[in-house]
Ligand binder design. Structure first.
Ligand code: NAD
Length: 472
């Protein structure tokens, strides 16, 4: 299978890129290079932004029914490619195929479908005294996305931006660009007007910065690390461009004394290790009442040891590799530091057996973690769970909120009202009570250094609108 691509999607067509720099894409399970894609330049970004700018007036004026119909066609075209998408994510990221099918391919289809409906029914005009308050699309959106959910994070920006009437220039992560090419094949088939959606691949410092700093980009919608989010904010601030930021997390899973411990720990470990722990909302701090602490450690260790690591295409595999050698080395550095800082290894760790090839890290559980230590404070982005004890509800909430992040969290109790009370006290953009299911229509985003703005559902659409008051 030849996966290499040599083109960008600009102004409604695939445009061959002349010979030049490329980015190599590696299969993290085999460590082999599987494809190259072009490394774009600032001049490529200029072309893409010019196309998006020229397309904006027409797309902004399209009727809600027209925009909904195009998104519906995109949904159909993407659904037809779902198997290829799952396989591509398994290849370029290493997510086990079973998980990739359900989440990496399935979730974006659900999200896209939700925006077919939301595009058809945009927020109505309001009357405030003698003012008519109307909402208009922000303009040209630069979308910059990470590698850990390579299609979902793109769709979570593209679908609401297009539904709102904005035009888009996308730069996917250089580690996982192949999935974006499949999306743009579907976009081409769906037949958007030329320039409405554009793709330029390449590195963050070149293509990403050119988008973030471009005078004709009205809004930058970014998902990635807090450090890059800060850099993008600085670049956008020079021209007062709007930014939406979905950044890192260090979410706490609070298990109160009256919780169903077996379920709370099992679901908690699964959550922490989903996608090899490369999930921004992962509950990476397990907070357990001291009366049940030892029992919880035993359950967590057994759950971690039950994971089968290996080939993402083997149906028995539950945990794939990390995305890159650099990511693996970073995660192992965090584990070593956590143990040096007084953490107690109860599962996994640097000496656990691993597949011969691939950027694997064993599912690791570390107990007695000091809530102020690096292991409890830094986002690790690997299959590493820190366990911390508490004596009462107040202490649990204080530990949970002792973080510069505020993306997600969880609370478990047999008493639903008690759990809700604790959930309200957690300073995060989302909290799941007793393992409640993910809601693709609920606002998604962070408090504190986890970000600005919200994605998904109606709130996600409103990020791409601005408000005008017309007095009469
Ligand atoms: P990253 O910040 O390194 O890269 C994200 C994207 O930004 C990539 O496309 C990259 O090329 C680009 N980029 C890098 N430097 C840039 C620069 N100077 N200017 C413009 N663009 C630049 O993040 P990553 O390693 O790809 O992803 C992992 C991080 O993403 C984690 O911190 C994780 O928590 C976060 N994340 C957050 C969410 C969320 O919704 N909150 C979701 C997924 C991932």
């Amino acid at each position: 299978m030849d996966l290499a691509r040599t083109d960008f999607y600009l102004d409604g067509q695939w445009v061959a890129v002349g010979p030049g720099e490329t980015v190599a894409v590696r299969n993290p399970a085999t460590e082999e290079v599987i494809a190259t894609v072009p490394a774009g330049t600032a001049a490529d970004v200029d072309r893409a932004v010019a196309a998006a700018r020229a397309a904006f007036p027409g797309w902004a004026d399209a009727t809600p029914a027209d925009r909904a119909a195009r998104l519906d066609r995109l949904h159909t075209a993407l659904r037809a490619r779902a198997d290829g998408i799952a396989r591509t994510v398994a290849l370029e990221l290493g997510t086990p195929l079973k998980v990739a099918t359900r989440i990496q391919a399935g979730l974006p289809l659900t999200v896209l479908h939700s925006y077919v409906e939301l595009a058809a029914r945009p927020p109505a005009d309001e009357t405030v005294g003698n003012s008519l308050v109307v909402r208009e699309p922000v303009g040209v959106v630069g979308a910059i996305t990470p590698w850990n959910y390579p299609l979902h994070q793109v769709v979570a920006k593209l679908a609401p931006a297009l539904a709102a009437g904005c035009t888009v220039v996308l730069k996917p992560s250089e580690l996982t660009p192949l999935t974006a090419y499949l999306l743009f094949d579907a976009i081409h088939e769906a037949g958007f007007p030329p320039g409405v959606v554009n793709l330029v691949t390449g590195t963050g410092p070149v293509v990403g910065e050119a988008i973030a700093a471009h005078p004709d980009v009205d809004m930058v919608s970014f998902t990635g690390s807090t450090a890059t989010g800060r850099r993008i904010s600085h670049l956008a601030a020079d021209r007062i461009a709007r930014v939406a930021l979905e950044l890192g997390g260090k979410s706490a899973n609070i298990v109160l004394d009256d919780a169903d411990l077996a379920t709370a720990v099992k679901v908690g470990v699964d959550n922490a290790f989903l996608n090899s722990g490369q999930t921004c909302t992962a509950w990476t701090r397990l907070l357990v009442h001291r009366d049940r602490y030892d029992e919880a450690l035993g359950l967590a260790a057994r759950a971690a040891e039950g994971y089968r690591l290996g080939d993402p295409f083997d149906p028995a595999t539950r945990l794939g590799p990390l995305v890159s050698a650099a990511q693996r080395d970073r995660v192992l550095g965090h584990v070593a530091r956590g143990l040096a800082d007084g953490g107690r290894l109860v599962a996994g760790g640097p000496d656990a057996p691993l597949p011969e090839r691939g950027f694997f890290v064993a599912p690791t559980v570390i107990a007695d973690v000091d809530p102020d230590s690096a292991l409890a404070q830094e986002e690790i982005f690997g299959p590493v769970l820190a366990v911390i004890g508490f004596d009462d509800e107040d202490e649990a909430v204080a530990i949970a909120n002792n973080s510069r992040y505020g993306l997600a969290g969880a609370v478990w109790s047999a008493d639903g009202e008690r759990a809700l009370r604790v959930a309200r006290r957690m300073r995060t953009g989302a909290v799941d009570v007793n393992g409640a299911p993910f809601n693709p229509l609920a606002p998604f985003g962070g408090y504190k250094q986890s970000g600005l703005g919200r994605e998904l559902g109606r709130h996600g659409l409103e990020e791409f609108l601005q408000v005008k008051a017309i007095q009469r």
